[in-house]
Write a protein that binds this ligand. Structure first.
Ligand code: FAD
Length: 301
């Protein structure tokens, strides 16, 4: 028995990107989705279900659960999805193709369909170093094509997008070309890597539209809670943290309360700008903690 979608009434702030701003100074509503990683322990599983319960009142379009390329945590992903769905919520597994065979992926797709799961976040993934070969599917576009070939229109497919470009893309043009190819292979929606520079998102949307992609491109939002973890993450995934944010966070040292307050304000302002730019919804990287995401949503209200 699902509740009506919760509407966030947001009064957007004027931005210097007004030429792209279709929603400025209007009261609007924005759907949300929340991402988790699969817990590794029974305690982690309990904590995740508690987090789900805390976020559920925001009536997300779906919860998603990440997937470990190369074998790690894959069962955990499907178990977490089943547990979330058992609570009456929409949930989508992430599925990566690097290192996998076509028959293994087809088997997974059949299993998901049997369970009634009809949404997938489809990725290439990154093989842990020294772990196995590339497998039969080398790019996310190959996975999207296989899902469509095997299951027709059954699945709603989300793919990844990189407003600051994927670290392995040779050029921004290559990145865009490969993104377009992935969308044209049959993806319904894209979710971006997190970023703190709204201009990069605005530019990416503009380029994607010019290249013929009409599908929604949902910004991925990473709440800021911890200086060193954010710096480490961002180095590996190619997301830039603006110098002013890094310096400010570093200046707080161990003062967690100041980091929290600053992080909440910065991320809420980013969300407001993205909404003003026409973001179709917001996808939160929760890292299995409800509080930082709830604080941002509260700041948005
Ligand atoms: P692709 O779209 O295949 O792109 C990867 C690189 O290959 C890019 O540089 C692209 O330009 C290039 N490329 C693509 N197609 C071609 C082609 N035909 N020829 C030449 N080059 C090409 N990782 C996980 O392991 N598990 C997860 O659950 C997970 N969830 C994620 C969720 C989101 C929303 C995002 C943004 C990322 C996620 N990732 C996850 C990380 C992702 O797997 C990595 O960023 C990975 O390096 C690339 O995956 P992709 O699907 O974007 O790959």
């Amino acid at each position: 028995h699902r509740r009506q979608p919760r509407i966030f009434r947001i009064r957007t702030v004027p931005t210097r990107l007004n030429h792209l701003n279709q929603r400025n100074n209007m009261s609007i509503s924005i759907p949300v989705s929340f991402e988790f990683f699969p817990p590794k322990t029974a305690e982690g599983e309990d904590k995740l279900m508690h987090t789900v319960a805390e976020l559920a009142p925001h009536n997300p379009e779906f919860f998603s659960v990440t997937y470990g390329a190369g074998g790690s945590t894959q069962e955990g992903t499907f178990n977490a999805v089943a547990n979330i769905r058992a609570q009456g919520h929409q949930a989508a597994p992430h599925l990566s193709c690097i290192g996998a065979t076509r028959s293994k992926i087809s088997e997974i797709l059949d299993g998901l369909k049997t369970q009634g799961v009809n949404r997938i976040v489809a990725l290439r993934g990154d093989l842990p170093s020294g772990m196995g070969g590339m497998g039969e599917l080398h790019h996310a576009s190959d996975l999207v094509a296989l899902i469509r070939e095997h299951s027709g229109d059954y699945f709603n497919i989300h793919v990844a997008a990189y407003p600051e470009y994927h670290p392995q893309s040779r050029t921004p043009q290559d990145d865009l070309k490969n993104f377009v190819k992935k969308m044209h292979a049959g993806a319904n929606t894209a979710i971006t890597q997190y970023f703190y520079n709204a201009d990069a998102y605005a530019r990416f949307i503009e380029d994607a539209r010019k290249a013929g992609v009409d599908a929604p491109i949902v910004p991925g939002i990473m709440p800021i809670t911890n200086y060193s973890r954010l710096a480490r993450f961002s180095e590996t995934c190619g997301a830039e943290i603006p110098r002013w944010i890094l310096l400010k966070l570093a200046s707080f040292g161990d003062d967690q309360a100041s980091i929290k307050a600053f992080g909440e304000e910065v991320v809420a302002q980013l969300c407001q700008r993205l909404i003003a730019l026409g973001a179709p919804s917001l996808h939160f990287y929760t890292l299995n903690n409800a509080a930082p995401t709830l604080a941002v949503l509260k700041n948005l209200k």
